[in-house]
Design a protein around this ligand. Structure first.
Ligand code: BTN
Length: 330
């Protein structure tokens, strides 16, 4: 594959491939047939050799690795056409001791899991449905901000690759025009003082065109938003690079620098919000997010309340500028 890509758009002779790989012509031909069966379009001419015409829109490990440039995140890829949930597969692989930073990716999920027990719509070939396994050397109580780190990484990757102003809604939804394009579900296996492993599950609606009716009002995809299909491998690679970059910063300097990035992209600070919490619904002014990732609300009676989890909504839509405005009033 590498040789075909390197010589693209020119032909490369069978003989050169044989010499480079140290294999026979028959072996080369078999390899070409396998690539074709995997969706690569390759022309073959008797005296010219082989020419790569088209790479399929699949998240194959070779495509992810091509130019990735990370040290450990995504170096090992477990690829599946179909998974029930990549988070579940990731947990099984982590139980068996897979490498740090391993990536589990599926073209479709039949039982994709969302936060708060919801389902995650994951149609074939239309999104990035993946999980990353990490073994962070920290106490379990220091791990929750990693999900917010994931949101920062993805929002930065989307901004870079697609050039749209993706915003973040607490704790880790990524929105475009108030509609969700990405969600993160982190799961941890830990003892009291030790994390055995952490799974960061990422769902990005990249080229989804139709959503089930009950989701339509609240979700969108990059393709619907921009009117253009987005290359999933390119966005995934950038996400992995950003993840590794921010994860290293977090390990060295803690959560503060990450939180600064997070706040810059947040679309719901300095506004009145309603939070559907685990136990109750709370309304208040979204004043801040603290160093543990808790949302700090100023309530009607002037007191402050910190929230660990919940679903945020607000009247009038989410506003990327609001958190950049100075000061806040009650
Ligand atoms: C959310 O509800 O916002 C979180 C959604 C997380 C979905 C991703 S898709 C890949 C990974 N596998 C799962 O089953 N869920 C996560």
């Amino acid at each position: 594959m590498y040789l075909l890509k390197e010589s693209h758009p020119e032909f490369i002779s069978g003989e050169i491939i044989c010499r480079n790989l140290g294999i026979s012509r028959t072996a080369v031909w078999k390899h070409i047939q396998t690539l074709r069966a995997n969706g690569y379009e390759i022309a073959a001419l008797p005296h010219a050799g082989y020419q790569l015409l088209n790479v399929p829109d699949r998240l194959y490990p070779e495509e992810i690795h091509d130019g990735l440039g990370t040290e450990f995140i995504g170096r090992k890829v477990y690829y599946y056409e179909h998974a029930i949930s990549t988070n579940e597969t990731a947990r099984e692989l982590a139980d068996r001791g897979c490498p740090d930073g391993a990536l589990v990716i599926a073209e479709e999920q039949s039982g994709g899991k969302g936060r708060l027990g919801r389902k995650w719509f994951s149609p074939y070939g239309k999104g990035i449905w993946c999980s990353i396994i990490l073994y962070p050397p920290v106490n379990p109580s220091d791990a929750p901000p990693l999900t917010m780190l994931g949101a920062v990484a993805i929002a930065r990757a989307i901004r870079k690759v697609v050039q749209v102003e993706a915003g973040i809604k607490w704790p880790n939804d990524i929105l475009l025009d108030g509609k969700k394009i990405c969600g993160i579900l982190s799961e941890m296996n830990a003892e009291i003082e030790r994390i055995n492993y952490l799974v960061i599950g990422i769902g990005i609606n990249v080229n989804v065109e139709d959503f089930p009716e009950e989701l339509e009002d609240n979700v969108t995809s990059l393709k619907i938003y921009t009117g253009q299909p987005v290359k999933r491998t390119v966005l995934l690679q950038e996400t992995l690079r950003e993840l590794e970059y921010l994860y290293k910063i977090w390990l060295q300097n803690g959560f503060q620098p990450i939180l600064r990035f997070w706040k810059e992209m947040c679309v719901m600070l300095n506004q009145m919000v309603r939070v559907n919490g685990i136990k109750d619904i709370v309304e208040g002014w979204a004043e801040d997010v603290d160093e543990h990732g808790n949302l700090i609300l100023r309530l009607g009676d002037g007191s402050l309340k910190g929230l660990v989890a919940g679903d945020v909504s607000l009247q009038g839509g989410f506003d990327l500028q609001a958190n950049r405005r100075e000061g806040s009033s009650l």
